[in-house]
Design a protein around this ligand. Structure first.
Ligand SMILES: C[S@@+](CC[C@H](N)C(=O)[O-])C[C@H]1O[C@@H](n2cnc3c(N)ncnc32)[C@H](O)[C@@H]1O
Length: 143
């Protein structure tokens, strides 16, 4: 699937399904939040949720005092849904509409989180581009 088809696909998913109607909906993203807590990372750390969609991970990170959060997704619809849910709390978040396979990160992060985005990249060139992006975006010593 090329980048435009991929974006159109995900935009249509989020435009036609309510948050709870998608098969990957998680009321409480506890597994990811627990893993992040286990790393011992501080709340001042920069965290990016790649392919974050409308996930509630960002809600949980904000509740835990994280102040440098970015959520990247191909679908502007998905990010708008998350922003609507969070209201003013979402203003502190960097919302990035981009395809991770072509995105050029302008800064570095301490932690890269991905739940269920990477596996959609079936083309080896896309997977390589993803890994190159991750290596550029995560600061040395980051995770
Ligand atoms: C199965 S959903 C998971 C969403 C979210 N991580 C969660 O746990 O609810 C996959 C997400 O990856 C996003 N995605 C797929 N390919 C992407 C790409 N190349 N770049 C950025 N986001 C992508 C989709 O728009 C979608 O929001």
């Amino acid at each position: 699937m090329n980048e435009l088809d991929r974006q159109a696909h995900w935009q249509s998913v989020y435009a036609t399904k309510a948050e709870r109607e998608v098969s990957w909906f998680q009321e409480d993203p506890a597994p990811s939040l627990d893993l992040i807590a286990e790393t011992g990372i501080s709340a001042n750390a920069g965290v990016i949720d790649v392919g974050g969609g409308a996930s509630r991970l960002v809600d949980g990170l904000l509740e835990r005092g994280f102040s440098r959060i970015a959520v990247l997704d191909l679908s502007a619809e998905a990010l708008e849904a998350a922003k609507r849910r969070l209201g003013p709390h979402g203003e502190a978040v960097a919302w990035i509409v981009a395809d991770v396979t072509t995105w050029d990160p302008p800064t570095t992060y301490d932690l890269w989180h991905d739940r269920a985005a990477f596996h959609f990249l079936t083309d080896p060139a896309d997977r390589a581009a993803y890994v190159a992006c991750l290596k550029k975006a995560v600061r040395p010593g980051g995770m």
